[in-house]
Write a protein that binds this ligand. Structure first.
Ligand SMILES: Cc1ncc(COP(=O)(O)O)c(C=O)c1O
Length: 365
């Protein structure tokens, strides 16, 4: 038995749509990108949807456009220490300074008390990661942002399709930045989606994404920009995946529930609570586990791919290096958790096999 940690799945529909683009030979950003942006805008109920090359690029564009509009210089962005390093890298890419804060031990989301300790007069943005569909405490965050005149940017790289009550994650802050990389709920290999309800902000983002122009009718480029556009070949893959989004959501929920059920009595495993009632969609399976290092090795020996650490805390990466003691919870989570397989190609019997191996490791029958 060989079980991959997470593999994307593409079907006949994606191939058909890609072929259509290739047959028509319009392969840069064109009608397919437009159609995908429209479909996502309807699905997420958000005014502006802007496709880009990656989740990291989406974060960069969200930060850069805000910087240009507010004429920000020498400023700080709050970033959780437990996230993909891309969140902090995007802040550096935009020329700002990241200020790392700790997270909560129970849901791995940003710790609001630690944000309060680290806000300075230079703070302009709170960048939060809605970890695999688990929503941060938005009521408290919104109050804090309002009090200090900050904006909230949601890193929703792994949270497409997740809701908090009536709102899709990514549409609650000033901007939401999704990833279309291979281990996300919908994927085109590499890609990103930026969403916002703010017209001026959306226009600035579009300009910065395309060398400074808003559309092809502009002959001169009024501001400085880059090329961070997606193309119609990749957009065709996204469209095919989107058509199947409801099934993809159902599958991820059912897989997480299967893990919860089959490991219910295993005291050594703690799965952060998924708020199914309010629309959380668990992208990955990310338990804290006693003896997680040894458990990980045992699973690998039994043909099960895992991720360990899922993410190293940001502060352990070379360019962000500082002492573990400053971030006790993110350090604890990274050291004591592991990510086990799920996703569109994982079968229920494979999840049962994994759960049985976990039970065997801890001596349960
Ligand atoms: C929380 C988070 N932020 C940002 C990213 C970066 O996205 P991308 O790989 O599309 O640049 C990822 C990728 O997995 C992520 O998980």
């Amino acid at each position: 038995m060989k079980i991959s940690w997470y593999s994307p799945k593409f079907g006949a529909r994606e191939k058909e749509l890609v072929n259509k683009v290739l047959d028509e030979a319009y392969v840069n950003e064109g009608p397919m990108c437009k159609e995908v942006e429209k479909k996502i805008s309807e699905f997420l109920k958000v005014k502006h949807v802007i496709l880009t090359t990656s989740g990291t690029a989406a974060l960069f564009l969200a930060l850069k456009a805000d910087q240009v509009i507010r004429n920000l210089k020498d400023y700080e962005v709050i970033v959780p220490d437990f996230t993909c390093v891309a969140s902090a890298n995007a802040v550096r890419w935009a020329g700002a300074k990241e200020v790392l804060v700790d997270v909560n031990k129970d849901d791995y989301c940003i710790n609001i008390q630690d944000i309060k300790r680290k806000i300075t007069p230079k703070t302009k943005v709170i960048l939060i990661t809605q970890i695999i569909g688990r929503c941060c405490n938005m009521e408290e965050l919104n109050k804090l942002a309002e009090k200090h005149d900050l904006i909230i940017i949601e890193d929703v790289a792994g949270a497409f399709g997740s809701k908090y009550k009536n709102d899709y994650l990514g549409t609650i802050g000033k901007a939401g930045c999704f990833s279309l990389q291979a281990n996300k709920i919908i994927s085109c290999g590499q890609g990103g989606i930026l969403v916002t309800n703010d017209d001026e902000y959306a226009n600035k983002i579009r300009r910065i994404r395309d060398q400074g122009r808003l559309n092809k009718n502009e002959i001169v480029y009024p501001i400085e920009g880059y090329n961070l556009k997606l193309n119609d070949i990749l957009a065709a893959v996204v469209l095919g995946q989107l058509e199947n989004i409801e099934n993809r959501i159902k599958n991820l929920i059912s897989q997480r529930k299967q893990y919860e059920k089959e490991l219910k009595d295993v005291k050594e495993i703690f799965l952060p609570k998924t708020d199914y009632e309010n629309g959380s969609v668990p992208l990955w399976i990310d338990p804290l586990a006693e003896n997680s290092e040894k458990l990980g090795k045992f699973l690998v020996e039994n043909g099960i791919s895992i991720r360990k650490p899922g993410w190293p805390p940001v502060h352990r990466n070379g360019t962000y290096l500082c002492e573990d003691e400053r971030f006790p919870n993110s350090t604890y989570i990274s050291d004591n958790s592991l990510w086990v397989p799920n996703g569109p190609t994982t079968k229920p019997e494979e999840i049962s096999y994994i759960c049985n191996k976990i039970r065997e490791f801890y001596g349960y029958s």
